[in-house]
Design a protein around this ligand. Structure first.
Ligand code: ATP
Ligand code: ZN
Length: 293
């Protein structure tokens, strides 16, 4: 790739958040993809020696616009921002970090039985487009007050009856005497793309996506090694999904085998319990760095 793509002086320009909740995970994802970023003094832009990429550090709110305008070719930004800004960009991959939800919250002591309680109420939010659409779909008429920050204090100071804001643990709502009553959107960081990438940029993007998928798959899976009594091998192998079939090697001790396989995080504990039930011993679980299928 160095020869062909670098020679053509072609770079893929990626926009990531310059500081804030998505910054570290975005930089880490590029690192996990084997992309070394130069540590320059330039806070706006950096590049890599070993991958044809230029990284722009921007406010998250501006990223969809920059990608639509091709100032950046791709960007990492929350779905909440992508759908609120409603720019002409394609969402191409969910990245599994920056998870949160855009939720409706009301005073903790308010009675709330259904969405209809919001009829005629004042709702403060930084997400007027998404809130409007959410209310219209449910035939609720409310007054939307757009504010740009500290939305959670709006009910306390009499500015609104309800709010729609991003929530992850819920502790900010709790501290402000609010309770979450509806989810408008589940969000996570995604990769967005300009709609008119040229062939070379598209080619670099494919390479990047290949690496991102390998990294994400690896973080969702674990490598497992265990010792199995031979008479239980059939049951133990049956309980393992594996990428193909598990690897089975004889142990030095007669009557026992070592079994290696890959487990997905979601089914992990359930399968480990089954394996133990079948007599598996010495179970080792190790992280996987990259996983190519
Ligand atoms: P910027 O200065 O870039 O505009 P910001 O203050 O708007 O930053 P952050 O608070 O850093 O943004 O949040 C960036 C993104 O992180 C959000 O748009 C959202 O996608 C995600 N996120 C995850 N959890 C939360 C949360 N609990 N509150 C707010 N955002 C969250
Ligand atoms: Zn922002």
């Amino acid at each position: 790739m160095k020869d062909t793509l670098l020679k053509k002086n072609a770079f893929l320009k990626i926009a990531i958040q310059k500081s804030g909740r998505l910054y570290e995970d975005s930089v880490q994802l590029l690192k996990d993809c084997g992309i070394d970023l130069k540590n320059g003094v330039n806070k706006l832009k950096t590049e890599s020696d070993n991958f044809p990429i230029e990284v722009y550090f921007l406010r998250d709110d501006d990223i969809p616009q920059y990608v639509e305008d091709a100032v950046a070719d791709i960007g990492i930004v929350g779905e909440n921002i992508v759908y609120e800004k409603n720019k002409k960009v394609d969402v191409i991959e969910q990245l599994g970090f920056g998870k949160c939800r855009l939720s409706v919250a009301v005073g903790r002591n308010e009675k709330y039985n259904s969405i209809n309680e919001l009829n005629g109420k004042k709702i403060a939010t930084s997400y007027p487009l998404l809130v409007n659409r959410f209310l219209m779909d449910r035939k609720v008429k409310a007054e939307i007050h757009e504010i740009s920050g500290s939305v959670e204090i709006a009910p306390g100071i009499g500015l609104a009856d309800a709010i729609v804001d991003l929530v992850s643990s819920g502790s900010t709502l709790f501290m402000n005497g609010l309770k979450e009553v509806e989810t408008v959107l589940d969000s996570q960081a995604v990769l967005v793309r300009n709609r008119n990438l040229n062939g070379v940029k598209q080619q670099i993007l494919e390479k990047l996506l290949f690496r991102i998928r390998a990294v994400r798959r690896a973080s969702n899976n674990k490598y497992i090694l265990l010792n199995a009594p031979n008479e239980k091998l059939k049951e133990i192998i049956g309980a393992l999904p594996g990428m193909k079939s598990p690897t089975v090697l004889p142990l030095a001790v007669p009557g026992w085998s070592s079994v290696h396989s890959v487990l997905n995080e979601n089914e992990f504990w359930e399968i480990i319990e089954k394996l133990k039930g079948f007599g598996a011993e010495g179970i080792l679980v190790v992280p996987i760095e990259k996983m190519i299928i």
